[in-house]
Write a protein that binds this ligand. Sequence first.
Ligand code: AMP
Ligand code: ZN
Length: 136
Amino acid sequence: MGDCIFCKIANGQIPSNTVYEDDMFRVILDISPANKGHMLVLPKEHADNLFEISEDTFGKGFILAKKMAEALKKAVECEGVNILQNNGLEAGQTVNHLHIHVIPRIKGDKVVIKSESVSVSEDEFKTICDNIKNNL
Ligand code: AMP
Ligand code: ZN
C-alpha cells in the first residue's frame, strides 16, 4: 500500500464521504468536485492504472460506476453523466491508484471535456488500424 492515498481511503484508514462500499470497492465523493455529486469508484486493491488492474476488477468497477450513475441521476438534478478514467500523467491522471470518475452534467455547467481533432491521412488510418489489430 505504501503511501498511496487512495489505498488508505479505499481501505478506510483515511475518512471519506463514502456513498457505497463492498469487499472490492469504495465509492466516495470527489474532494474537488466538477459538479455536486461527482464520485470516484476506488478498487480496494492497488493498481496504478488500467495496464495493471485485472480485467475482472476493471469490468466490475465499470458495472459499479453504472449503478452509481443510476442512483446519481435520481439523487441530484442532472441531465447527463460522464464516466471517465485517466491513465498516466499525459492523460490527466493525478492520483496513481486507478479510479473511475462518475460526474453529473448539468446544462451550462463549467466542465470541459474537449479536444481538437488531428488530421489523419487514409494511409495512416489503415496503418493505425493494422497496428492495433496486430497487437490484440
Ligand atoms: P485524476 O485527475 O483522474 O487522477 O483524478 C483525481 C481526482 O481525485 C481529482 O478529481 C481530485 O479532486 C480527487 N481527489 C484527490 N484527493 C482526494 C481525496 N483525498 N479525497 C477525495 N478525492 C480526492
Ligand atoms: Zn493505492
